[in-house]
Design a protein around this ligand. Structure first.
Ligand code: TRP
Length: 453
């Protein structure tokens, strides 16, 4: 295997931050977060999600980045290099990461495809109707059309595959540097529009005034799954990005800033969506269709609707790019580094594989709607298997590896940049959390999700 000196990395501290934030921010903030918050009780769900992010999400994220930067390698080779007593067993984390990346991409690229399609529909006025029936018919017409579904997924794969082939610095860093500021500007414009609607206050109450009686074990499961999905952890994504971190980067402070900025994007998305939903009398609990059915109707009901609706979908499309790049980079790093294949060839192979694995997800509302393994469509199955099984399982294994194989001294050395930063207390806290708290919590939630109890 070729060694480090010509390995690419992020070129500046700001580059590290935007690329990592680009991975965290995505459809998770705009499609999953509002839908899950809406369906699981609003503010009380938000409280559980915050707790899961602080107790489990942040420490696992810090540990992953530290592992990657220590090994300066992809998700498989990292364990090969760092494991004492041979990395044979621990490499399985890397191969699980590869599987998760493909499966997440298979449905994520489909949702991103709908978003791209909706940018054009919104701009052309095709979504201008306040009737929920019309909105659901328009969405239905898109997802039940096999040709359109496949083509939009391929458009997303072609665009993101081209960027990822250009490399870590000239591809990922250069693109996220331009897109992340744009995303914040669009989001703030939308929030101002939503908050200045009459009746906006009900949406804010829903989002921020908790009713703790609504918290059930299922709610906790969903919140933890979202915390993993949001911070891109549990599948070597943060580990791979960590391997591109600068040597002088403060890992915990970067992770904290990414987590806070990501949370702000989710909250801003919630503030852009829920006040408008309440102001026009729509249902907050509309689920995954919230973004595609409720939102167009809501925007049509307001002055300047076509413009703001188009901005909303552009924003969502922009957000999806950084996340997709980070998903693609996991297998990209594994194969280009381990097999010595060029990034361009690996990108072609990856895009083709995802198109293949993704086709049943893209067709799960049309040609393959009747095919329901385990009672779910292929689309839902991919989402369930990754969010509720592979990511938590990967998270537990990463925690166990750090706590019981890698050990505190090495974690401490990474987190404090070999003693240059006063981060010893943080390193100890992260270590305790990944040693006991995170694995136990994840295991309970995982077993509950599997209906073991
Ligand atoms: N965090 C992204 C989002 O919220 C999705 C994502 C990117 C992801 N990379 C990941 C999810 C790795 C799980 C694992 O949209």
């Amino acid at each position: 295997m070729t060694h480090d000196n010509k390995r690419e990395g992020f070129s500046s501290s700001f580059g590290v931050l935007v690329a990592t934030l680009g991975s965290a921010v995505g459809l998770g903030n705009i499609w999953k977060f509002p839908a899950l918050t809406g369906a699981n009780g609003g503010a009380s769900f938000l409280a559980v999600y915050l707790l899961a992010t602080l107790a489990v999400g942040l420490p696992v994220m810090i540990a992953e980045i530290a592992l990657g930067r220590s090994a300066r390698a992809n998700a498989v080779s990292t364990f090969e290099r760092l494991a004492s007593g041979g990395g044979g067993f621990w490499q399985i984390i890397g191969w699980m990461s590869f599987a998760s990346a493909l499966l997440i991409m298979a449905f994520y690229s489909e949702v991103a495809g709908w978003v791209y399609a909706y940018v054009f529909k919104a701009a052309s006025g095709a979504l201008a109707s306040t009737s929920p029936e019309v909105a659901s018919r328009t969405f239905g017409a898109l997802v039940t059309d096999p040709v359109q579904s496949l083509i939009w997924q391929w458009v997303v794969l072609a665009i993101c595959g081209t960027i990822i082939a250009m490399g870590v610095t000239r591809g990922i860093e250069a693109v996220t540097r331009k897109l992340m500021p744009l995303l914040f500007i669009l989001l703030i414009v939308l929030c101002i529009r939503s908050l200045t609607l009459p009746g906006a206050i009900d949406g804010l109450v829903f989002l921020f005034k908790p009713d703790f009686s609504l918290i059930t074990p299922d709610v906790v499961l969903v919140a933890l799954g979202l915390a993993f999905f949001k911070l891109s952890i549990g599948m070597g994504c943060m580990l791979t990005y960590g391997s591109y971190f600068r040597a002088d980067q403060n890992i915990p402070s970067t992770a904290l800033r990414v987590m806070l900025a990501d949370l702000s994007v989710s909250l801003l998305a919630g503030i852009a969506i829920f006040p408008a939903v309440f102001a026009f009398g729509f249902e907050p609990a509309a689920g995954p269709s919230l973004v595609f059915m409720t939102i167009p109707a809501v925007f049509t009901s307001m002055p300047g609707g076509t413009l703001f609706m188009t901005l909303f979908f552009v924003l969502t499309a922009v957000a999806s790019v950084g996340a997709i790049l980070s998903l693609l980079e996991v297998p990209m790093a594994i194969f280009s580094e381990r097999l010595g294949v060029s990034r361009r060839q690996t990108a072609v192979a990856l895009v083709l594989s995802i198109a293949l694995v993704g086709a049943p997800a893209a067709l799960s509302n049309s040609s393959m709607a009747a095919f329901k393994p385990f009672g779910m469509t292929v689309f839902d199955l991919y989402d369930f298997v990754t969010s509720n099984l592979l990511l938590p399982l990967g998270g537990i294994l990463i925690c166990l590896f750090v706590a019981w194989n890698w050990g505190l001294p090495r974690l401490l050395a990474q987190i404090s940049n070999d003693g240059a930063l006063p981060n010893a207390i943080i390193a100890r806290a992260v270590f305790r959390l990944v040693q006991w708290v995170a694995p136990v919590l994840i295991a309970i939630v995982l077993l509950h999700g599997l209906k073991v109890f």
